[in-house]
Design a protein around this ligand. Structure first.
Ligand code: ZN
Ligand code: ZN
Length: 383
């Protein structure tokens, strides 16, 4: 047998005020608009059913004496031991009757107010492609958007000037209609925008000739975007209040700009660092050299290749990488030096290399000399 006191977590001799408070707390917890767990609706229904009996002194007395059988509703006639036809629609009705006038409608998106009255306009989302160099410098861009503006002819009401909208008879101005469907799983209540007024709660008999009754018109506008230096792909720019105008005088939405930084054939971005691959000849690697390398925004930089550099070794040009978006300073340009072995030789090169072979020393055995060299080889293969 269902214990309604237990369901609400109250004592058998609790007063009406305590019961109401207990119900309110549980209903708020289980309300399907706030609680997405699968049994939230069932729990909401159960605590509401219990409350509905215990709040009424007569029902409560019957329940105390005869249990559920004493308060079985005549209407509905649910399955034996079930809820006697008490379904979610009933539960919701009880909840709104008790708390609907206390601002809880707003917390839950207000079933009725959700579809009528002023509403915030939609956000506009757009993608913006910038080159890696633009991302490094920062860039200002004018971007064309199609945005909904309040109609100036009707002032956003949607009604032809001189006429007024009329309350919708289908939904009585609520803007929504409820449908109860019965299925094997029980009753299913769906709430949907009123088909006759589209959720506005009122109908426009003489639509504005400019906006056809929508109250808003789509216009082309150019917005200036300030892309800060250091942005990365998937960073967002947000222009607050620059999106679509709201219905019925509601606030404007935002413009959200999703940045996409195009890849650059020269540089590979790793966080705030830029990796540049530099091929050097065998003699440059052995003897050392000064080589010009391109940077992202500082022109060419002179890089000193130390003598004896190994293939794969990295050199850093400090502060020549990407600006840090949320910090000062810039990352580094990492120059990865790769020793290029010639694939075809001139006669002279062949002669010189053969002479070199006669006199050059052997490369090191693994893990003997040149530990730095073998460390780097290991790292190159595990990276
Ligand atoms: Zn208009
Ligand atoms: Zn309607």
């Amino acid at each position: 047998m269902a214990d309604y006191y237990k369901r609400l977590g109250v004592e058998k001799d609790s007063d009406a005020d305590t019961i109401k408070k207990a119900y309110r707390k549980l209903a708020m917890e289980y309300h399907p608009d706030r609680n997405s767990s699968p049994d939230a609706e069932e729990n909401f229904k159960r605590v509401t059913e219990a409350y509905e009996v215990l709040r009424d002194p007569e029902q409560r007395q019957l329940y105390d004496r005869f249990g559920e059988a004493g308060i079985k509703r005549s209407a509905g006639g649910g399955p034996a031991g079930g809820f006697g036809g008490f379904d979610f629609a009933d539960a919701f009705e009880v909840f709104m009757r008790e708390f609907g006038g206390m601002g809880f409608g707003d917390i839950f998106g207000g079933r009725a107010s959700r579809t009528s009255g002023p509403r915030r306009g939609g956000d506009l989302k757009l993608r913006l492609k910038v080159s890696l160099e633009e991302a490094a410098r920062g860039v200002e861009r004018g971007v064309k958007i199609k945005v909904l503006d309040s109609c100036s002819r009707c002032g956003g009401s949607g009604a032809e000037p001189g006429t007024a909208p009329e309350r919708c008879g289908t939904c009585n101005g609520a803007g929504e209609v409820r449908q109860v469907q019965r299925s094997m799983l029980g009753q299913f209540v769906s709430v949907r925008p009123c088909p006759d007024c589209g959720g506005a709660g009122e109908r426009i008999l003489s639509p504005c000739s400019e906006c056809s009754g929508e109250g808003r018109v789509r216009i082309d506008r150019t917005v200036q975007l300030q892309v800060p230096a250091g942005v990365s792909t998937d960073d967002y720019l947000k222009l607050s209040g620059r999106g679509n105008a709201g219905r019925g005088g509601g606030p404007r939405g935002d413009v959200l700009v999703l940045v996409e930084v195009e890849s650059d054939p020269r540089f590979q971005r790793v966080g705030d660092d830029l990796v540049y691959n530099l091929a050097v000849t065998m003699s440059q690697a052995a003897l050392g050299a000064d080589i010009e390398v391109p940077t992202i925004i500082d022109g060419n930089a002179m890089l000193k290749i130390p003598q004896g550099i190994q293939s794969g070794q990295a050199l850093r040009l400090r502060g020549r990488g990407m600006p840090r978006l949320r910090d000062s300073g810039r990352g580094d340009q990492v120059v990865r030096v790769l020793v290029w072995t010639p694939t075809s030789l001139t006669r002279e090169e062949r002669d010189l290399l053969e002479q070199l072979r006669e006199v050059e020393s052997e490369p090191p055995e693994p893990d003997t000399e040149e530990p730095g060299f073998w460390e780097r080889v290991k790292r190159a293969f595990t990276a």
